[in-house]
Design a protein around this ligand. Structure first.
Ligand code: ADP
Length: 398
């Protein structure tokens, strides 16, 4: 079975074609600037040269067509015909309370997705457009939806309710949902395998630290708490997002700076985080480089980031009454040994001991704690596309 995994943004479309017999990626790529001047497709067939095709893509239908053309192209293609694609798996950001697992997409699911769009106005409409485009260009090929929020649907009510008037939860679904669920699910299950234990016997804290970041408490294989909330703005300090702040700051800034609510929202999402504190960049590599050259604001941005992560880990060890393993994943979690070290320096009281030598390595799933560390610490590269493809295959095998 070959599964095409699609992750649609408002002006982008990322894809991977995965052969499920071997779980190997046949090709992957990205359509950028869809509907904007200068649109292009970057296509990377495994074992062949990368190509960049600059061609106008007026909408997502054009993008799906271009992806298919690239996949069957005699030179840089990897399949001989579109018929070899057995199914499509879509990453969908918000499944609200409707979806606690992946589903085969039908009319009822599409209606539910539209209903959830209110909760993720920037993301779900793009996901829906992507699904419709695939339906149009590849009619009859089954499509599945895999949700960022689904894994966190096991979070108990005491953890997902905000202390606001209850009617807002009932009327509008104002509650914590959590995101990056596909990644937290994947790395927690990989960690249990690396520990040689059934996941039902483990307490794992997973730290997905990329441009956006979130931490999850995974108790006996189920998410019981996570740092992102109603939107991906809550929780950790991120590349450009502020994470937890006193909500009164919003009205304070509106008054002081004469800003609209929308403008403050933009500032909290796009101009805050390590970018906001450091004034240097949202990319941790730039901020680390600036800190190394003595830039104090860059250093305090990194320190504040690690401190917040460490506090969140501590709170989840409390929530689960213990922790067996901590996992680092995503761009920063997988690649920045210094960040992992700075975070783990706070965790001695839990019995966490990092192995400096192992922590300096990169590139594969590995244990980075010492043999006598009470809590195991792992670096596990995340693979959300593979999870989406696996879920799609499993749903269709049924
Ligand atoms: P997202 O998927 O949320 O866009 P990624 O998981 O790709 O993000 O992570 C991107 C972040 O990871 C960037 O801020 C980048 O600076 C950071 N990153 C990647 N490699 C390194 C590295 N070697 N050292 C420090 N940070 C890194």
């Amino acid at each position: 079975m070959k599964v095409l995994v699609i992750n649609c943004g408002s002006s982008s479309l990322k894809y991977q074609l995965i052969d499920m017999e071997t779980e190997s990626v046949l090709a992957k790529g990205l359509c950028e600037r869809i509907g904007i001047e200068g649109s292009r497709l970057k296509h990377e067939p495994t074992g062949k040269d990368k190509v960049v095709i600059e061609e106008n893509m007026a909408d997502h239908n054009d993008a799906v067509k271009m992806v298919l053309d690239a996949l069957v192209d005699p030179n840089h293609g990897v399949i001989s015909s579109m018929d070899e694609i057995n199914a499509i798996g879509h990453r969908v950001v918000h499944g609200g309370e409707e979806f606690s697992g992946s589903v085969v997409i039908d009319d009822a699911v599409m209606n539910a997705l539209v209903k959830c769009s209110d909760l993720a106005p920037l993301h779900n409409p793009a996901n829906i457009i992507g699904i419709k485009a695939c339906e149009k260009i590849m009619p009859g090929v089954p499509q599945c939806g895999v949700f960022d929020t689904a894994f966190h649907q096991t979070v108990p009510k005491k953890a997902y309710l905000y202390a606001l008037p209850y009617e807002y939860y009932e009327k509008y679904g104002v509650r914590r949902y959590g995101f990056h669920g596909t990644s937290h699910r994947f790395v927690s299950s990989e960690a249990a395998k690396m520990m040689g234990k059934p996941i039902e016997e483990t307490k794992i804290i997973t730290c997905h630290l990329g441009n956006g970041g979130s931490i999850a408490a995974v108790q006996y294989g189920k998410s019981v708490d996570t740092t992102m909330g109603f939107t991906p703005l809550e929780g950790l300090i991120m590349g450009t997002r502020c994470g937890d702040i006193d909500p009164s700051i919003v009205t304070f800034l509106e008054n002081k700076e004469g800003l609209s609510a929308k403008e403050v929202d933009e500032i909290m999402n796009k101009k805050s985080g390590v970018l906001g504190i450091s004034g240097v960049s949202s990319d941790f590599r730039d901020v680390e480089a600036a800190a190394a050259e003595g830039n104090e604001r860059a250093q305090v941005a990194l320190d504040a980031f690690a401190y917040k992560v460490a506090k969140s880990i501590g709170s989840y060890a409390a929530a689960m009454n213990g922790v067996d393993a901590i996992v680092f994943t995503a761009g920063l979690g997988e690649n920045s040994g210094s960040t992992r070290q700075e975070i783990c320096d706070y965790l001695g009281y839990l019995g966490v001991k990092l192995d400096a030598e192992a922590n300096s390595k990169r590139g594969k799933a590995m244990e980075i704690s010492t043999a006598d560390s009470k809590v195991k610490v792992f670096v596990i590269p995340t693979n959300e596309e593979l999870v989406i493809a696996r879920d799609t295959k499993e749903l269709l095998d049924k």
